[in-house]
Design a protein around this ligand. Structure first.
Ligand SMILES: [Fe+2]
Length: 297
């Protein structure tokens, strides 16, 4: 559990956002060439708190978002190339904006259900940095669920039942519910695949529930009905208020989250244009494949 009090590190002020996880970090500007000592602090805080808020970054350039993110790891070029920045392919636009009749970003203005970014890839990102450039009048909050706390609080019998199990993760299922279909070529690059349902964190060794209503379709190795009932139980469990931080965006907010330990969802919104820019940060290659260790470090 995260500390509940503000602490001041050299030059950085850290204020928790939720009893379990999340912190606002003040005293840092997102730049293309950040100070290596700042990055080491950010990396430690990112793993400790699972979500970091950097407020007041209005006017941050795309080069700065990319450069800062690259200092935390190699960046993924998202499969939805039609929604990438025309200047920096490492940036994905999440937006309802249109230019010359064409959507410039993904996910428009509807609700987006709980999901882990890229859980459908063999080597999913461990982090995403999402920055609010333009916001609408109402709605569009993003909720994050701490899946380490959710797993730790499960009854022992449920954790035993999940040990070593795998589930099918489907980007196609997510798109059918919340987005637009991929092209055939994109679909060929993102087939359904299996991941462990409990993931041992590649850096902290903590265990997290690694499944989500938006993309997880079935736990393998058990009858369909049993899988449906167990998934429903786990989805309701992990979306409880005690595990969830709701973020109300301000323009200039940049949120960096741990994508191996939290899932997220978005409210629908109305009343104007919304533009968010996201980088997607990969783990080191030797830690990239999600795994379950019965006795984590
Ligand atoms: Fe997402």
């Amino acid at each position: 559990m995260a500390d509940s009090t503000t602490m001041t590190l050299p030059e950085l002020t850290v204020t928790p956002l939720h009893p379990n996880f999340g912190a606002r970090v003040e005293g840092l500007e997102i730049t293309a060439s950040p100070d290596p000592e700042d990055i080491e602090q950010v990396r430690r805080l990112w793993h400790r708190y699972k979500l970091l808020l950097f407020r007041g970054q209005q006017g941050v350039s795309e080069a700065a978002l990319v450069g800062f993110s690259k200092s935390l790891g190699e960046l993924e070029i998202h499969v939805r190339e039609e929604f990438l920045s025309p200047h920096h392919p490492e940036l994905l636009y999440v937006s309802n904006m249109k230019r010359e009749g064409r959507a410039i970003g993904i996910l428009a203005d509807r609700e987006v259900g709980w999901h882990y970014d890229q859980i459908y890839l063999p080597k999913p990102a461990v982090g995403s940095l999402l920055c609010a450039v333009r916001l609408p009048e109402a709605g569009g909050d993003t909720c994050f669920a701490d899946m380490v706390s959710a797993y730790a609080a499960l009854p022992e019998a449920t954790r035993t039942r999940l040990a070593g199990k795998e589930a099918i993760q489907s980007y196609a299922a997510f798109n059918a519910m919340y987005s637009v279909p991929t092209s055939p070529e994109q679909a060929a690059r993102t087939p359904d695949l299996r991941q462990p349902v409990v993931r041992t964190h590649p850096y902290t060794g903590e265990q997290a529930l690694y499944l989500c209503p938006g993309m997880t379709t079935r736990i393998t190795g058990m009858p369909q009905q049993e899988s449906e009932a167990l998934l429903e139980e786990l989805f309701v469990w992990s979306a409880q208020d005690r595990f969830v931080y709701r973020h109300r965006w301000q323009e200039g907010d940049c949120v960096l989250w741990d994508n191996a330990a939290t899932m997220h969802r978005r409210d629908p919104f109305r009343g104007g244009e919304r533009l968010m820019k996201r980088t997607t940060i990969l783990p080191a290659a030797d830690r990239a494949r999600p795994c379950y260790r019965a006795d984590p470090a």
